[in-house]
Design a protein around this ligand. Structure first.
Ligand code: MN
Length: 313
């Protein structure tokens, strides 16, 4: 067998069993002119459940330029999840879907064996941008299935005194996101008012991680900051969030992913050969289809370049 050289990054479940509390620094990078804080994959190349990628952008305000302008690019082996705290993003994909995302809604795109999309700040906008984009690794059994796209205008919300939890992926007791996923999963945005606290029930078979996106927060009495992803391990039946001045915290979870994945550019795969094939199909305008966009699409980076993978979102 010919070994294809690809500077892909292998990612794996952490293998941690039990409850832990450990901060992993996010790293700063950019997406065109947009500054990004990349919280996943973390330094130790781990997944959190099936979550394999987390980019944090904003908060920022703008007047003229479009801060988000990601030209058409392909994906394999994953779902993308876009979630906003402020502002707007318009999505166009090779299935012909166009969707305007606003805070409170979620866009979930399933690549299956191949899809392409573009994401931009729409012309009519609020002048604000603040949100995240996440990727979910698809299990081997589902990763070559049909491509699809779901836009949900309002995700389910759990409200209690002083707190509001938006379930943008998976389930919490009493509320489930209508988005289709292929592994058990949790993606929640926890908003607390000043001096509020809340106890959230968790599935002990899941591992979890948290990212502070606004304000100040404590998790089980330990303060967290916005420059680290906090890994919480497994075997927790609940977690307590608390804030002095108010906060938003993202909580991600799922059972430790049972497969090792390879990440290269915008591809999640299992072998270097699949990555090479997907790259070649994109470059030769096969398999992924075309996306409505006013400019040129994105070129794949050279396959053999020895460089860290640099997903574009
Ligand atoms: Mn993308």
């Amino acid at each position: 067998m010919v070994h294809t050289k690809v500077a892909a990054q292998p990612c794996d479940a952490s293998g941690v069993s039990g409850s832990v509390f450990e901060g992993f620094p996010a790293r700063e990078t950019s997406l065109g002119t947009l500054k990004i804080l990349r919280a996943l994959p973390i330094r130790q190349k781990r997944l959190v459940g099936p979550w394999c990628f987390l980019d944090r952008f904003g908060p920022l305000s703008f007047s003229d330029a479009k801060p988000m302008d990601v030209a058409p690019h392909p994906h394999i082996g994953l779902q993308t999840v876009s979630w906003l705290l402020q502002g707007e993003i318009v999505h166009n994909d090779s299935l012909g879907n166009e969707a305007l995302l606003r805070p409170g809604g979620v866009n979930v795109m399933t690549s299956g064996g191949g899809i392409a999309h573009a994401e931009e700040t729409p012309r009519k906008n609020s002048g604000l941008l603040n949100g995240v984009q996440l990727w979910i690794a698809l299990p081997d059994a589902d990763r070559n299935g049909q491509a699809s796209f779901q836009h949900i205008d309002e995700v389910p919300i759990i409200e209690q005194a002083g707190s509001m939890v938006s379930v943008f992926a998976g389930s919490l007791p009493g509320r489930s996101s209508p988005a289709k996923h292929f592994s058990p999963i949790l993606g929640a945005d926890i908003a607390l008012r000043a001096t509020a606290s809340m106890e959230l029930p968790l599935d002990p078979s899941f591992e979890h991680a948290a990212l502070l996106v606004t304000g100040d927060a404590e998790i089980d009495g330990q303060s967290i900051d916005s420059m680290n992803l906090y890994y919480l391990g497994t075997n927790r039946s609940s977690v307590e969030f608390k804030s002095r001045d108010g906060c938003r915290v993202l909580l991600l979870g799922g059972p430790p992913f049972p497969e090792k994945i390879l990440m290269w550019w915008n591809f999640v795969a299992r072998t270097p050969e699949e990555i090479a094939q997907a790259r070649s199909d994109w470059q030769s305008h096969q398999r992924f289809g075309e996306v409505r966009y006013r400019g040129p699409r994105m070129d794949a980076p050279p396959l053999k370049r020895f460089a860290p993978p640099n997903p574009v979102s």
